[in-house]
Design a protein around this ligand. Sequence first.
Ligand code: PLP
Length: 447
Amino acid sequence: PVPTDPAARRTYELDRAHVFHSWSAQAALDPLVITRAEGCYVWDGHGRRLLDLSSQLVNTNIGHQHPKVVAAIKAQADVLCTVAPQHANDQRGEAARLIAERTPGELDRIFFTNGGAEAVEYAVRMARLHTGRYKVLSQYRSYHGGTSTAINLTGDPRRWPNDYGSAGTVHFFGPFLYRTAFHASTEEEERDRALEHLEQLIAFEGPGTIAAIVLETIPGTAGIMVPPPGYLAGVREICDRHGIVLVADETMAGFGRTGRWFAVEHEGVVPDLLTFAKGVTSGYVPLGGVAISPHVAATFAERPFPGGLTYSGHPLACATAVATITAMAEEGIVENAARVGEDVLGPGLRALAERHPVIGEVRGRGVFWALELVTDRATKEPLAPYGGTSPAMKELTAALLDAGVLSFSNFHRLHVVPPCTISPAEVEEGLAALDEALSIADKHTTA
Ligand code: PLP
């Protein structure tokens, strides 16, 4: 609805008149005006304070308006707002060092981009030139970005209208026991059969044609499916055996979200390339990048890397990354995400599942959780069709808004993805709102 406050109303009207929105039919949009934000809260154009359980697009990992990061952005603006990528810059070097120190193994060289899609584009370009091969494999349940290679790697229906069949991408099923593609009944079976499926797909595509396997360490937008222990190690082993570059896309799972700096750490797996964005600056200034292993970097030691961006390593963005990572380390923000997930958020969501028949499954770790919503627990019929929404899902997100919560939903799923800084009391506030709203969704079940 249009806000009544004059300033918020003007914001709404200007948006409707002139702003062209992502992933949407433009005619029927009804954007929520956001006027300010602090910590885990945002304020909307109606003057309501909302608990941000979405972290916007799962990127404000340190919460909104962290004073030290805001101060660092202002300080950098006073010194140097921009510089071309060919020059050396203190903030860029420092950001690269702080990231390289945290990425696993010897991923210690950083190519900076403006966001996650570009990071994936460049990781694929590096892998193709490094191997001299063209094809790239990715999972059906995945999102890798909106640009042309990244959207073709993406598994979800946003690929369909963008797919011209020329990107050299081939999709496979990752492990997901709740909706198993392999008729598995245990996590171990699901893992082994998913690896066998990948192995067969590679054999039939031709191992010598495949440059890279790109996967989200924990698929995010597609449903936060934590892979069974050993799956990623299995993919690593397959890549090693066939000379395929493993690209871990940590755009969403990285920088604290899962209770570790990077989600690959849970499995002790080191990819050849690791893509990041979002949490690296908490989204305060756009930044993404690729962390590169020495053997891939060596390919471009004498041969020029054929790629670049005017804003690669932009000093305002890099200063933001330095301040964000420093604040995360000094304030134990990654540890907080792990602790809150284990002690409060995970148990709280599981308790909700005991009370609400609409919850088919609860899964996640850290501050990265999904509720799989179903009309019938026995048949697992989703509360909205694949690729779409439903009156029940719309009712649920509206009820959450009424209960003071900004939520993130995808098809039939509700994702609970607050900032990594969320306190136990704020989690309890969110759980109470979820409890209330899910009671409404329960009415759509056959239970
Ligand atoms: N990769 C993953 C795993 C993502 O979740 C996203 C965004 O949600 C992207 C890539 C694309 O990032 P960006 O929107 O910054 O281009």
